[in-house]
Design a binder for this molecule. Structure first.
Ligand code: NZQ
Ligand code: ZN
Length: 419
């Protein structure tokens, strides 16, 4: 196990009725606030009124920056920075999912500086201060409610980059599972898939083979994501199902599962961010397709690791590692199909001819995330595994022969990247 420092400063208020605490919790940090939220769900499900009432009762002056869309845009975050400055906001309150929380973090980071907030994402500027961020989570997925990361799409360049810094941890996040009752089935699934992908990025790129405490934690969280997702699809108002999915997604990317693994990489997110930047698909939908393709591309190099996961998760008895790895991948594909997640690029409406364009789009983020081994050629070879069954068959044969080494995920140094 590698040395590590685990310090997560975000205070979590979890459970039924915690939403009422948003006013008092925000008041601790200031009086003038900017409330950031999405397009329509917050008003539709009544959370907007509840949150406003609590903020007003706490004596807060509320300015608003609504309209955050999935795969949030840099231009919209810049508007939010201007709005926050004009209203001299002291606190940024996010009420939504990962897109809203990441926009709030970008505003919190951008207000105190003269330069463009995008310079944080490109590594041209380092973060020295940020306004406090308080969140009300309404969708279990990204983990942004309890981590240091934020992800934005630069609308001008069609680049989607992630940036992380400990100063971006929300001060307090309110996780009331009832706030997620209205999440539609597709985004319930996309959120569970995103949580699973956060866990498997660590599980499959960690270089240290002797990490049972992390392995059992991650295996359990993956299993729980799958089980809780099914429960929420059966009954969207299953409080315990929503509570388990919510807390699992938060734990999947709050630093706890990565502690001791050394530096892990996010090669699957590297590729998915290009899908979202270029085709504006939901992050979790892209992750479902990339997860399967990446597993298939690494079935040989990671046969033992994937087989071990399958034995734990699916009680597989196959002793041959390669056959067990294939069975594990097939079980994930079955689950994804069962919860109606997309399985191929075609399911996302993306043609195979787009692969070189997608692979080329990953260059910038691969450089910033120091994933040099993920050349556009390698990304393209992984994307070939994301095609439909026919394309799948030919590439499977090809990958048995021309397989590259183990996946990205340099270990050793800490890094503030955010998937
Ligand atoms: O815009 P509204 O109308 O609110 O609808 C939203 C949105 O369309 C809807 N929604 C949210 N809460 C709801 C609800 N609908 C009904 N009831 C509710 N309670 O869900 C849609 C998707 O919301 P979004 O915030 O985009 O989803 P998610 O939470 O999955 O966030 C995705 C974003 O997070 C980033 C992704 O890249 C993507 O941009 N990520 C952030 C990370 C981080 N900061 O650590 C890590 C992740 O890997 C991820 O990259
Ligand atoms: Zn993700």
């Amino acid at each position: 196990m590698h040395n590590f420092v685990f310090h997560n400063p975000t205070k979590i208020l979890f459970g039924q009725g915690t939403l009422e605490a948003i006013g008092p919790e925000t008041r601790i940090w200031g009086k003038r606030i900017l409330l950031v939220y999405g397009r329509s769900s917050l008003r539709r499900n009544g959370l907007y009124d509840q949150i406003l009432a609590s903020l007003r009762t706490a004596g807060l002056e509320v300015a608003e920056h609504g309209g955050v869309r999935a795969n949030p845009l840099l231009s919209h975050a810049r508007q939010g920075i201007r709005e926050a400055r004009a209203r001299q906001a002291e606190v940024i309150v996010a009420a939504g999912g990962g897109s809203v929380i990441d926009t709030a973090k970008a505003i919190a980071a951008g207000v105190p500086v003269e330069h463009d907030v995008w310079k944080f994402f490109t590594g041209k500027k380092s973060l020295k201060t940020a306004l406090p961020v308080i969140t009300v989570l309404t969708l279990a997925a990204s983990g942004s409610e309890m981590n240091s990361g934020m992800v934005l799409t630069n609308d001008a360049t069609r680049e989607k980059f992630g940036f992380g810094h400990r100063l971006l941890h929300p001060k307090t996040s309110i996780l009331d599972p009832q706030a997620t009752y209205t999440v539609p089935p597709d985004h319930t699934v996309f959120g569970a898939v995103d949580a699973i992908s956060h866990l498997l990025e660590f599980y499959l790129t960690a270089a240290d083979p002797d990490i049972p405490v992390q392995d059992r934690m991650m295996e359990g969280l993956v299993e729980n994501s799958m089980t809780a997702c099914r429960r929420c699809l059966r009954d969207p108002r299953d409080y315990s199902g929503r509570a388990n999915l919510m807390w699992t997604a938060t734990l999947a990317l709050n630093g706890l599962t990565a502690a001791g693994l050394g530096r892990v990489g996010f090669p699957m997110h590297l590729i998915e961010h290009s899908l979202s930047a270029l085709y504006d698909i939901p992050h979790g939908a892209g992750m479902a397709v990339i997860l399967l393709g990446w597993l298939r591309a690494h079935r040989t190099a990671l046969a033992h690791r994937i087989a071990g996961l399958g034995r734990r998760l699916f009680r597989l008895t196959e002793s041959d590692p390669l056959l067990a790895a294939d069975q594990t991948i097939a079980r994930f594909a079955d689950w994804l199909a069962d919860v109606k997640a997309p399985l191929t690029l075609a399911d996302l409406g993306i043609a195979a001819a787009e692969i070189p364009h997608i692979a080329d789009n990953t260059r910038g983020l691969a450089r910033i995330w120091r994933l040099a081994e993920y050349s556009p050629e390698r990304v393209a070879s992984i994307l070939l595994h994301c095609l439909g069954s026919d394309g799948q068959q030919t590439t499977m044969n090809r990958s048995n022969t021309s397989h590259q080494g183990a996946p990205g995920g340099q270990c050793g140094e800490e890094s503030d990247i955010s998937p």
